[in-house]
Design a protein around this ligand. Structure first.
Ligand code: GTP
Ligand code: SPV
Ligand code: MN
Length: 592
């Protein structure tokens, strides 16, 4: 037990409801880690991997029905529906407590309840916030150890204060019909039942650091965003930082760790990772916007991660990493996934626990994947070869540019800059992207995902747009706002832009714009680069192809503007400025 009366009373209450056989208060020590790992390996919950090749690495397989976030089971629970808004599922708060209470009742009978105190943000920072997660899952504990600063350090920070986020998680039956991820922003509380996967259960991540934190940010004058934070160092040693909001599985981790093309490396450019998924943004004393990464690790998409696409990520998860739902190579008890860049193992165990051989097909003749498309690694950020030396700086890093982007096979050009903050907020509010395996449901369907926050905004999205506009008025030196799309495809469905490290070429243009070093072309959608201003040397892309990537099709954009109008019409609290921007876009496209 810790010495905080509020915490002790709440844990006792939750234990009365869930009835665990014992309560284990975690301190975050190495001894504790070893003990829990040993126990989880003994029960089969974790599998020890090859400790010579992957020291400290373990494997976990989730239930087949529990492999991604579940947006249809995720609720914002407030007194009034209006506070959750049209883009969230809503449950009336007291109804939700009563309903979930029936699920949680006795749900930990015969099990251990772990008490995980944790900090989002670096220890001792005035911007950090403490949470406590109660869970019956050792897997959750071991992940939270990597993703947050957890244990005694968090209780020391909390002291005798009642100011913490109360998270309750129980695996329950792991039945998709009995699965609820409920946020109670009015009460600083989260109740998650019936899942044991990622963003559903690592409550510090999406539930707290985005849904609850976005609500707090609005109240307290800051922002919690689904953004990576990356630093670019020029040959003179000057560092500039950008944030980018892309929907789930659309390239944040990759952009955060990118390696510039050889030419730029030779010139002395360097890239530094500050964060890969979440940014907490505040106005600094110098009038700029400053960002901190509240997390301590990466919960990254495994498939597609190779020494070619993202060597830094691969090197990050060589030790002290938990792998979830990838494949195991039987030969040497290591891991493998599609797009790892190495030949498929001859003899593997797939993410479902079945024997797997290359070329295996299912009853419809479709290839059976060895790793689940949303299989992940949980790795400590400090392992990352390009982690920024100042990544834990309590005051964060100053932001020069905010980049929005999504997965669009057509329509959206490679890059454009917004005309103003207001226009930039409009661009963010109308973001669209093809859905991915990061959430349960159909993949590849275009949907609007404002600021990549559709699944994560803890309050009314109309008010959220309003908050963005207000922040813009309050920041004396706001970042410039851009939009990118790495995912345009040709007629055969191949990506036209090489992406990954080559995205540095686009970042260069973005920073040149921020620094007033380069002109741009005014188009109907925003400022675009003059094609010759994107350095294509050794990219394999010629000027004509680039022109294609930057092209704006009048018919497609007329349709886009109409769809945007429909999208925005759902927000009864839409700020008039956003409506004005939508009308202006329509006019500009009509005039093309
Ligand atoms: P979450 O953790 O779900 O929030 O995802 P994320 O936004 O961090 O996405 P991530 O960087 O893990 O990339 C997801 C997938 O997109 C991976 O399979 C990558 O290989 C692929 N990807 C990332 N960047 C690019 C790019 O520039 N071009 C192409 N074609 N694919 C990319
Ligand atoms: C995402 O889906 O955006 C993720 C993975 O980063 S999860 O933690 O499951 O939300
Ligand atoms: Mn994410």
């Amino acid at each position: 037990m810790y010495n905080n009366k509020y915490v002790n009373d709440w844990v006792a209450q939750m234990a009365l409801m869930t009835q665990p056989k014992e309560i284990v208060w975690l301190d975050g020590s190495e001894e504790e880690r070893d003990r829990l790992l040993k126990e989880a390996v003994a029960t089969g919950e974790m599998i020890e991997l090859n400790q010579e090749k992957l020291p400290g690495c373990y494997y976990h397989r989730t239930a087949v029905n529990d492999v991604a976030r579940v947006e249809h089971c995720t609720f914002i629970c407030t007194e009034h529906k209006e506070d959750a808004g049209p883009s969230n599922n809503w449950m009336e708060k007291s109804f939700a407590y009563a309903k979930l209470g029936t699920y949680f009742w006795g749900s930990m009978r015969g099990e251990t309840m772990y008490v995980i105190p944790y900090i989002m943000g670096s220890a001792g920072s005035p911007f950090s916030k403490v949470g406590i997660e109660l869970t019956d899952s050792i897997y959750v504990v071991l992940n939270m150890r990597i993703m947050t600063r957890m244990g005694k350090i968090a209780m020391d920070q909390l002291g005798d204060s009642p100011d913490y986020i109360k998270g309750l998680h129980a695996k329950g039956e792991v039945d998709p019909e009995r699965r609820f991820i409920c946020q109670f922003p009015e009460d600083n509380a989260i109740w998650s039942y019936g899942s044991a996967y990622g963003g559903n259960v690592l409550l510090g991540k999406k539930c707290f650091a985005l849904r609850i934190a976005s609500w707090l940010g609005r109240k307290e004058g800051w922002m919690a965003e689904h953004m990576l934070i990356v630093g670019i160092e020029d040959p003179q040693g000057n560092k500039q930082y950008v944030c980018a909001a892309f929907p789930s599985a659309c390239g944040k981790t990759n952009l955060a760790m990118l390696i510039p093309p050889k030419k730029f490396r030779d010139m002395g450019y360097k890239v530094w990772t500050v964060g890969d998924d979440i940014a907490w943004l505040r106005i600094g004393e110098d009038g700029r916007l400053w960002a901190v990464n509240p997390e301590a690790g990466f919960f990254g998409v495994a498939p597609g991660t190779s020494m070619k696409s993202n060597p830094n990520a691969l090197l990050t998860c060589k030790q002290g990493t938990i792998y979830t739902n990838v494949a195991i190579d039987k030969k040497d008890n290591t891991v493998w996934w599609e797009g790892m860049g190495t030949p498929a193992p001859e003899d593997a165990i797939d993410w479902k626990g079945n024997d797997w051989k290359p070329g295996q097909v299912d009853e419809n003749g479709a290839p059976i994947k060895a790793a689940h498309p949303n299989s992940r690694f949980t790795a400590p950020a400090k392992n990352c070869p390009c982690i920024a030396p100042n990544w834990e700086d309590p005051k964060g890093v100053p932001i020069s540019a905010i980049i929005f982007g999504g997965r669009r096979a057509k329509v959206a050009p490679l890059v454009y800059q917004s005309f103003s903050w207001e226009h930039g907020v409009f661009v963010g509010s109308t973001m669209a992207s093809e859905t991915t395996a990061a959430a349960a449901g159909a993949v590849g369907v275009v949907r609007r995902d404002p600021m990549a926050m559709k699944p994560f905004c803890g309050y009314n999205m109309g008010d959220y747009f309003g908050h963005w506009l207000e922040m813009g008025e309050k920041i004396p030196n706001p970042p410039k706002i851009f939009n990118v799309n790495w995912f345009r495809t040709d007629d055969e469905g191949h990506f036209i832009w090489p992406g990954f490290g080559d995205n540095f070429r686009v970042i260069q243009w973005i920073l040149a714009r921020c620094n007033g070093k380069v002109d741009a072309v005014k188009t109907a959608v925003g400022y675009e680069p003059r094609p010759e201003d994107i350095d294509l040397e050794d990219s394999g892309v010629d000027l004509e192809t680039l022109k294609g990537l930057l092209s704006i099709d009048k018919d497609a954009w007329e349709q886009e503007a109409a769809e945007i109008e429909t999208h925005l019409a759902q927000f009864e609290k839409l700020p008039p400025e956003i409506k004005k921007q939508a009308d202006a876009l329509k006019d500009r496209v009509a005039g093309m």
